[in-house]
Design a protein around this ligand. Structure first.
Ligand code: ADP
Ligand code: NI
Length: 225
């Protein structure tokens, strides 16, 4: 298989693998992460672009939220696929990213100091903020049947504890638990620049959200300020 065929085969593997995921983790998320990762990598000149492309395609193939307890089994499937497609030379690097990229993955292992991981992680995190990030968050919240907003709980220790216990929270509280933190977690300066605009858009959105929620009653609040 040449490199082009390896990319096409990987695309097909990923499409099959993503069936059953929520639509925030659909093929288009993978496409956007691929574009962002290739862009960041080109600017930063960190890794071989082919490796970036294959890793971007595979990065969510073992997401613990969906694979559940079966993440070890997913790693084996992915490992098997990489070997069969003649890409054994990049297998360890790719698996290292898959095991470490997720914000929510608590069972990380491998090397967190890898440039390939920095690039994919930045791309994945950029897709969680800005207009797309907002759309994905509310989509995910709907998928989990969460409320859009719980005025009492937003950002409080109480809500964080409840999320931990039940795995559910309002989507607005997810902004405080994750989305607003992401701009400071970017690994590369290229991603930091892209994140600044997207972060500013989150703040504009929240301001308008509270204004509408409040609607002149003085009862709403804007925890950003
Ligand atoms: P990652 O792929 O970085 O691990 P997740 O898989 O946790 O991120 O999340 C995928 C998408 O779903 C992201 O856009 C994220 O912001 C969104 N999301 C995750 N958890 C929640 C939640 N509790 N409420 C709303 N959106 C969420
Ligand atoms: Ni992702």
């Amino acid at each position: 298989m040449n490199r082009n065929e390896q990319i096409l085969t990987t695309e097909e593997f990923v499409r099959q693998n993503l069936k059953g995921y929520d639509s925030g983790h659909d093929w288009w998320h993978i496409e956007r992460v691929r574009k962002l990762a290739l862009f960041i990598n080109e600017k930063e000149e960190l890794v071989d672009p082919f490796t970036v492309e294959i890793t971007a395609l595979l990065h969510d193939s073992a997401d613990s939220k969906f694979a559940g307890e079966n993440s070890e089994q997913s790693y084996l499937l992915i490992s098997d696929f990489i070997e069969k497609s003649g890409m054994s030379d990049i297998k360890d690097q790719v698996l290292n990213v898959i095991k470490n990229v997720s914000f929510s993955n608590k069972t990380k292992s491998g090397n967190p100091e890898a440039p390939l991981l920095w690039v994919i992680q930045d791309a994945d995190r950029l897709d969680a903020i800005g207009a797309i990030g907002i759309a994905r968050a509310f989509n995910y919240g709907g998928f989990r049947n969460n409320r859009i907003y719980e005025p009492e709980a937003t950002g409080s220790a109480k809500s964080l504890k409840r999320v931990h216990q039940t795995g559910t929270s309002s989507t607005i509280s997810h902004f405080y638990e994750k989305l607003l933190c992401l701009k400071d977690l970017m690994n590369t300066s290229t991603a930091q620049k892209l994140a600044a605009e997207r972060h500013a858009f989150l703040e504009v959105f929240l301001k308008q959200f509270y204004k509408e929620w409040d609607f002149g009653t003085g009862m709403g609040k804007n925890p950003i300020k």
